[in-house]
Ligand binder design. Structure first.
Ligand code: MSP
Length: 596
């Protein structure tokens, strides 16, 4: 069996002669100098700036549910940080170079740029429709990106970390990834022909033999290990951190970072060598720097960058990317948040199986907020989740329609709240002392809601978005139980004591709803806006600093007391019909899902 053969040889080209100047440091002394620089710069982080990124999406096919998931997670982080008063930047976009895209454009009979522009716009349209509030949408063919990639390459080259070599081994075009023999297995294609596949992704691999440029990845193994050991929370969840540590226990071969122009024309040329095209992953990863303003003005943002990535692209972000950054003397990412994948009806989503879930169609069916809520409530970062329309309907009806919507509806109903105001709180009624009407469970609920912002904040920070939503949903249930327990509809509005108690029940419930509305903004911005507007909460009263629950219970004034409610009294979230009963659009969607 042939072994992959990757050899770094010294170039005899003009560029290499330039690099041989005795004034330039040796690669290894450059490394330790750069490492020191990286360590120093990561200490001076700007606490009030925040920069979050999604992976940039391949444009070989239309967006699917998994893509929307990556984007919605990042959007949630971005909105959360804005609420906390951070100056937040949020980058997303499309990854348009490389062999895979070149082949897809050829197959579509279009020139690559026209092909890419069309698909890139579909991603953008999806994100705009789903309230993904990116501040920068980057496309790799843009001039600003080309400039950043060329500069980045030249820095690595000048630091002696790239040299000419050749690669002989396996390559997966679908993953745009080089593989060792241990990462490759046997399989058969749809026509029964034996093929080799990547054991990790299942995608077909091909043997390739090429002259190209090689990055000295092997020189970074111990630095990467030190970085990870010194920053145990840098890759989250922890299971993925452990995976990367294990990878680094093994050999770290050098990495080919270019392809021959004759094979790959759709990409950025290696500076000073038009016969070679820069490897698409090196090109793509630099997008994060481009958006930060590299190479001119990236400092502010680069010190506070956090990446969201799917588990399939962990190696590129947790090994290649930090190594490139160390090589270029740049600070390393603050956090790499990893998420698992969505399957559909128990199977990996794929065009050939016919089970690809169209996120745009589903967000029209279940509403944008509904889809966002489902993905973040049901998506667990450390294990794969299965998508079915039935699950979406069940969850959204239970939590958004019945529980949250029902609570708002009950407490704002003219029967209970004829004046349509944020009613007054009566401390004497809300007490277990004489004359008070509360029971133990009421105070238990109060404690839970009072602690909720801290709990949610911790879960948001740790990417446990589902736990944050679970905690909110549990509190909503407690508030519903509180209302149910005291049955305000049975109280006599003509009796002054009863009236004070009735208003107090509604005031407490509104305070709970106000807290839930503020906390839910990063996940369901539309529903939160509706909810907070209905309660009469002004836009400047919706940030993290406004999370002071029930101030009247602590003897502090409540600015909302006596304020008229917002006039928009529509339903918060309309009930979704069961997919099994309704022969409409929703049903068609389900049929499409199960077509395979
Ligand atoms: N272009 C590269 C990323 C380059 S970033 C410098 C790429 N693109 S991708 O379009 O294939 O994937 C983009 C993101 O979507 C990845 O985070 C990937 O994990 C995610 N998902 C792709 N399929 C997915 C699911 N089925 N479920 C959840 N997320 C999935 O990789």
């Amino acid at each position: 069996m042939r072994l992959p053969f990757l050899v770094a040889t010294r170039s005899i080209g003009a560029v290499h002669r330039l690099r041989q100047s005795p004034l330039l440091p040796s690669p290894l002394s450059a490394l330790s100098r750069l490492q020191r620089f990286a360590a120093v710069s990561s200490q001076c982080k700007d606490e009030r700036s925040y920069y979050i990124t999604t992976p940039i999406f391949y444009v070989n096919a239309s967006p699917h549910l998994g893509h929307l998931y990556s984007a919605v997670i990042a959007d949630c982080f971005h909105r959360f940080k804005l609420l906390q008063g951070f100056n937040s930047k949020f980058a997303t976009g499309t990854d348009e170079h490389g062999l895979k895209i070149q082949q897809a454009a050829e197959a579509a009979g279009k020139d690559p740029l026209t092909f890419c522009t069309d698909v890139s716009q579909r991603f953008k349209h999806l994100f705009d429709s789903c309230d993904v509030s990116y501040t920068d949408y980057i496309r790799t063919p843009e001039q600003r990106h080309r400039r950043a990639v060329e500069h980045f390459w030249s820095v690595l080259w000048n630091n002696g970390l790239i040299c000419r070599g050749h690669y002989e081994g396996w390559y997966s075009t679908q993953d745009e990834s080089f593989l060792t023999p241990l990462q490759v297995g046997d399989a058969v294609d749809s026509s029964g022909t034996p093929i080799k596949v990547s054991l990790e992704s299942g995608h077909k691999v091909e043997w390739m033999k090429e002259e190209n440029y090689v990055f000295r990845l092997s020189a970074f193994r111990s630095q990467l290990l030190n970085w990870l050991r010194g920053n145990p929370r840098v890759i989250q969840p922890e299971c993925f951190y452990q995976v990367v540590l294990q990878w680094l226990q093994q050999d770290l071969p050098d990495l080919s970072v270019s392809r021959q122009r004759s094979r790959l024309q759709w990409g950025i040329s290696v500076p000073n060598d038009p016969e070679q095209t820069i490897y698409v992953w090196l090109d793509a990863l630099v997008n994060y720097l481009t958006v930060a303003g590299y190479p001119d003005t990236h400092d502010q943002w680069w010190k506070v960058v956090h990446h969201i990535v799917g588990k399939d692209i962990l190696k590129f972000h947790a090994i290649y990317w930090p190594a490139f950054l160390l090589g270029a003397g740049l600070p390393l990412p603050q956090t790499i948040y990893v998420h698992s994948h969505w399957t559909a009806e128990g199977k990996k989503m794929s065009k050939s199986v016919g089970n690809v879930v169209d996120p745009l169609q589903r967000s029209q069916m279940f509403t944008t907020d509904g889809m966002r809520y489902f993905l973040l409530r049901q998506g667990v970062p450390d294990s794969d989740c299965d998508y079915t329309d039935h699950k979406v309907t069940k969850l959204l009806n239970a939590e958004l329609c019945d529980s949250l919507g029902g609570l708002l509806n009950r407490c704002t109903a003219p029967g209970l709240n004829p004046a349509q105001v944020y009613p007054a709180f009566c401390p004497q009624s809300f007490s277990r002392e004489r004359g008070g009407r509360t029971v133990f469970e009421d105070h238990h609920m109060l404690d839970a809601v009072k602690n909720l912002p801290a709990v949610v904040e911790r879960h948001y920070e740790n990417m446990h978005l589902y736990k944050a939503l679970e905690a909110i949903a549990a509190c909503v249930r407690q508030t519903n139980a509180f209302v149910q327990r005291h049955a305000p509809w049975k109280l006599d509005r003509e009796d002054s004591k009863d009236k004070r108690w009735l208003d107090t029940i509604i005031h407490v419930s509104f305070e709970c709803l106000r807290i839930y509305g503020i906390l839910l903004q990063p996940v369901v911005p539309g529903i939160s806006n509706k909810l907070l507007s209905r309660l009469g909460v002004q836009p400047d009263e919706r940030n993290w600093a406004a999370l002071n629950f029930l101030p009247r219970h602590q003897g502090i004034d409540c600015p909302l007391e006596g304020r008229p409610l917002g006039s928009e009294s529509g339903v918060l979230f309309s009930r979704l019909e069961s997919q099994n009963q309704k022969p409409n659009k929703a049903k068609k969607g389900l049929q499409k899902l199960t077509k395979a």
